[in-house]
Design a protein around this ligand. Sequence first.
Ligand code: NAD
Length: 500
Amino acid sequence: VDWHPELMTGRPACDGPQLLRNFVGGEFIAGPRSFAKVSPVTGATLFEVTEAGESTVDAAVAAARAALRGPWGRMHERDRAAVLRRVADELERRFADLVVAEVADTGKPISQARTLDVPRGAANFRAFAEIAASMPTESFTTATAGGGRALNYALRKPVGVVAVIVPWNLPLLLLTWKVAPALACGNAVVVKPSEETPSSATLLAEVMAAAGVPEGVFNLVHGFGPDSAGEILTRHPGVDAITFTGESATGTAIMRAAADGVKAVSFELGGKNAGLVFADADLDAAVTGSVRSSFTNGGQVCLCTERIYVQQPVFAEFTERLAARAAELAYGWPADEATMNMPLISAAHRAKVLGHYDLARAEGATVLTGGGVPSFGDARDGGAYVQPTVLTGLATTARTNREEIFGPVCHVAPFDDEDEAYALANESEYGLAATVWTRDVGRAHRAGLRLDTGIVWVNTWFLRDLRTPFGGMKTSGIGREGGRHSLDFYSELTNVCLEL
Ligand code: NAD
């Protein structure tokens, strides 16, 4: 594939859309069916993508199984770690192409792709190479009835063939976050990226081949969810475990499909995250941090803040400053360095988000800024842009404050005291992340205790250490990944008990 920078302007490179193919058993393969990948910036078709059907998914699962029976399945973790580091090296060598692929598919600002999305690809492989190679073996000595001792130790083994199903919002980051630990633990993977973002996954397949990852260890199938590659993969009897990031409703569908084969699942799902701004906070930092946490990636990050609660004494000032900053966020083409706003991923997603803007008005919200669609007078008018939007005036029980919108929008409401703040934040079916702005050290720690979320950030947002547990409570997920938690999901343990 020619990853031409022209793709970032929402136009196909060369003479027309190129074909993106599946990657099975170390080879790129086309097939009878394909679908169009459309630019969110202009609406033009950038690529044709080969859709994997039953036979391609079968072949991918068989190739993965064969790889497990080969040298990969017997390789020492130290040697697998070396392979992962070669993948990281190759990802760094293809940095410019990866930026093009990621920006072309999503329309995200090039500055973000360069500093967040693409570097995290290589970082994921380096981190899990180290974590897996340095993980100690668990061991216990047990007193026996006869007065002697027994020694127990647990051996880590691969789970087998792991299906990796990921969304479109941070395509490379979320894909490698799962592929890296799965491979570090000795599994073989069949990856199904979102139909909206096929490019960086295709490039990752090129990287795997160039880095000398054995055939069949990494397989890629393109397609949709229901009645397509996603569902075929989750129902496949040859798949041993499913790791999924996406919507909570999709998680329910996948869990049903997984039940038949009693497949292990790890789910990172939706969120309706709260931000709490206390009156003692550094208000400049709270405003800047909230602009980031609500509008980064067009608000299309599972960790984004869609509900902000502000303590009464600073409510008016905070709200006014936040709305002013949201209105100032720069539009531009994705490849312009100063661009901050980005289109939503598709016309369909834009229709959903605009429906939420209408709903908010119907529920009686005050729109402090945004609420509509920007106009450019050029090809971007064919894209999927919406305005960054700040709302106020609704109860926490309003649908606007309950349903995940997944766009550049937040609702701001006041609170009086700390107990009320935690109660409001916890009033949600979701429990992924929360952000707290305060200078009170005791309160910062209490927030961690009182908030029903998998992640609590204090005076920061989206600061990640890859060794820490990551995941959600309630409908935001099942299980934790990160550090040894990833190793626990991507490996089976055999306990050996030996009487001495
Ligand atoms: P989605 O659930 O629509 O799709 C995710 C993936 O699942 C895609 O590859 C899709 O093709 C596939 N899929 C859909 N239906 C399927 C089915 N029945 N069987 C098998 N596969 C199926 O999600 P999306 O719209 O791509 O992404 C946005 C969502 O992802 C938001 O809800 C967001 O909060 C969530 N998300 C969560 C995290 C997290 O870490 N918790 C991170 C990023 C995004």
